[in-house]
Structure formats: structure tokens, C-alpha cells
Design a protein around this ligand. Structure first.
Ligand SMILES: [Zn+2]
Length: 118
């Protein structure tokens, strides 16, 4: 474990592996890029097999399929979104963290889905 510095820590750049399953990705980031280009904050994600029911902070609920190649995972990796959702009110630090996240093909952390229903 590293010590907590008294000064502000330098912004850490995170690197994640590119081809990951959607649930692992959104389970970690807790962000959802909608089809309209709005970035929502995920409140809950309930995984049931290869589907997950996602509820955003602004109260939308929808079902998504786990996939490495879905629109959502591609948009999330490529940071395709116009605006963060005003109702979800994603905190600034979270957006910064997201912006500082890099996706690489051959290096970076491999994520595991959290909160599975097992
Ligand atoms: Zn929202």
C-alpha cells in the first residue's frame, strides 16, 4: 500500500485493455453513453446471465447485452459523447478520471465485472 501524500496527488492516468466485455467496463466506470450522445451516471447494474439491467441516476432503466463490440463499449472507449447528463450530475472528478483513462490493445488492466449475481 502506498502512503497518502499530503500534497495533491498527480492525476493518475489509467490504462485499460481495449477488448473488454461491456459489463466489466461499465461496472468499473459507472458511466453510460446514450445513443443521443449524453453521458449518464450508472446507479445500479444488475447482471443476469449475458444481460444486465442498468438504472441511471436520472431514473432510466434499460437492458443491455454483454459484448465487447457493442455501440456502448465502443463509444465509451472512444469517449464519444456530447454532454454529461445534467440530471445524473456526474461529479467533476469522475469525468476527469474518465478523460484520463486510456484504452490500449496490448497493455493495461483487464477488468472484471463487479456485482455479479452469483
Ligand atoms: Zn442521466
Amino acid at each position: 500500500m502506498s502512503e497518502t501524500p499530503t500534497t495533491r496527488p498527480a492525476p493518475k492516468q489509467r490504462t485499460y485493455r481495449k477488448n473488454q466485455f461491456l459489463f466489466a467496463l461499465i461496472g468499473k466506470m459507472k458511466l453510460w453513453p446514450s445513443r443521443k450522445g449524453i453521458l449518464h451516471g450508472i446507479r445500479t447494474m444488475e447482471i443476469a446471465g449475458d444481460h444486465a439491467v442498468i438504472t441511471t441516476h436520472c431514473g432510466r432503466t434499460f437492458t443491455v447485452r454483454d459484448s465487447r463490440t457493442s455501440r456502448a463499449s465502443r463509444w465509451l472507449r472512444n469517449k464519444i459523447f456530447a454532454d454529461p447528463c445534467p440530471i445524473c450530475a456526474i461529479p467533476e472528478w469522475k469525468l476527469k478520471k474518465y478523460q484520463g483513462t486510456v484504452f490500449r490493445k496490448k497493455s493495461g488492466a483487464i477488468l472484471r465485472a463487479e456485482g455479479g449475481g452469483q
